[in-house]
Design a binder for this molecule. Sequence first.
Ligand SMILES: [Fe+2]
Length: 332
Amino acid sequence: MSQWQWSLPTRVIFGPGARACLPEFIAGKRAALVRSRSAGSVPGDYAGEFSGIRPNPTVENVRDCAAFLSAMGAEIVVAVGGGSVLDCAKAAAKALPLIALPTTAGTGSEVTNISVVSDDAVHTKTPQMSPDYFPAIAIVDPELTYTMPRRVAAESGVDALSHAIEALWSIHHNPASDALALRACRLIFDHLAPSCEGGLASRDAMSEGSLLAGLAFAQTRTAGVHASSFPLTARYGLSHGAACGFTLAAFARLNGIDSHARALGFADSAALADEIDRIKKALGLPVYLADAGIAEPDLPQLARDCLQPPNMRNNPVAMDEAGMLRLLLSLK
Ligand SMILES: [Fe+2]
């Protein structure tokens, strides 16, 4: 039996309507609201508001947001949006207390110390980690996801599934992360498709699944799927969820998590991988290289790029260029 640790400085508040508690946390403070333009309204009095953060936020977005917070003298920051808004706010607010309210069910960013920022000049997308990035409070109110369009529900849901599965196979997994990730997987396999059709009970379940997956991978880190997702997004423009989903089944076949697959009711890892492919097809997400606009001559460079991000070191099967190339060729 090996030693393990658990550390989460973020206070987590979950449930439909939970955003109602927001005013009590910002009362008497100069509060800034950082939000996506499409996010619904949240209660509370704000001294200033920053929006216009693009999907896969850039270093310029972070710089502009930080300058805004400092110019308005913000004492506390409330971030309302998908992973892009939360990641940008985490990096921009750094030393300020941050309250994170996700409006998608996918990123888990509200409970992690990771911020993923893109640099368009060099076509990179890189995860940054800092203890300062943990939000002070995560308010996960499923009602904020009720207006999420079908495509966003599908893509962010597959991201959540990738977090749950990567938490199971990360070399840093432990009994507590396994318990959370298994429940997250169960919720997501059962509710992803119905949540995309707008079922509200399924949206609630996806919010819970995404949160639990976030709690798990905040401890274990992600692995090969996320490492590969960054060049797929930076080079081929796939959304984060589509990019994670793209290699998820292939890594499931390679990494082999038969005991977890059986705990989830599948015969083995291959059956779990088949179910992932079935879900991706049903949701209209890219399954094959051609669907993602990837030409075969690009593969050696793509394989090298997939090996660069630090997450790749958490993969249970060590990956080299030849192995990564084989995995990508299996998606022909
Ligand atoms: Fe992710």
